[in-house]
Design a protein around this ligand. Sequence first.
Ligand code: NAD
Length: 260
Amino acid sequence: MATGRTHRPATRSRGIPEATVARLPLYLRALTALSERSVPTVSSEELAAAAGVNSAKLRKDFSYLGSYGTRGVGYDVEYLVYQISRELGLTQDWPVAIVGIGNLGAALANYGGFASRGFRVAALIDADPAMAGTPVAGIPVQHTDDLDRIISDNGVSIGVITTPPGAAQQVCDRLVAAGVTSILNFAPTVLSVPDGVDVRKVDLSIELQILAFHEQRKAGEEASADGGASDAEAEQAPPVRATPTTRKGPDGDMPAVMPA
Ligand SMILES: NC(=O)c1ccc[n+]([C@@H]2O[C@H](COP(=O)([O-])OP(=O)(O)OC[C@H]3O[C@@H](n4cnc5c(N)ncnc54)[C@H](O)[C@@H]3O)[C@@H](O)[C@H]2O)c1
């Protein structure tokens, strides 16, 4: 089994900090929306608001791309879309393989948003022999026995794991051995990968737990504003933290996709 690190250093080889890289997709999403409305230029303040980022941070981020905008005019929307897409490697097509075609894997395979962002679902792989050959989103599911060949035939470098957690490490090891160097892991388990392999994990239940924490805190604040709970209620109620807590990610919120 592969062991080792799961993180890259905070700055990538081209000198763009990881935190900036993590914000680039947010800028791109906001810029794409502007481009679709044929908006030619945008100020750093407008774009920062649309991306949910602080405008000074945005200007600093864009300076890493060598993009400074024009005073009084702002940034050229189309050119920034191109620059950020190029920086993120989206000007080329990325074939992606999804392993574990159950509820989630099938939903991802059916999601049309990947293709428009440069990610082509090239292969669907599952361990269930009964699924082999069954089309999902128009793509026939292939059996894990052929995983190596499927990865190499399709030139896949990005693998998506949507298997049960108990199978995820083994699937990850097989993907890596077959040449996959980036993994998006939806299974609720921590994966070990060798140097040179990037893992990102998505866990919506963690996001929901964080929201539950904030809901609980808001309820506590409302209760204190109403004059506080009665003694009997206070004894039964779980403790609620009164101190405001901030939870900041690169865009101001913790992203649903996290480094492994
Ligand atoms: N990250 C999130 O927010 C999120 C949300 C929902 C589910 N999940 C996780 O996603 C995973 C899939 O959930 P689901 O509801 O689609 O499960 P599911 O049971 O519907 O599908 C799992 C699929 O994986 C296949 N499989 C099992 N072992 C395999 C192996 N070794 N190689 C290849 N395929 C294998 C099964 O045949 C099945 O088709 C689970 O780990 C679940 O916890 C994560």
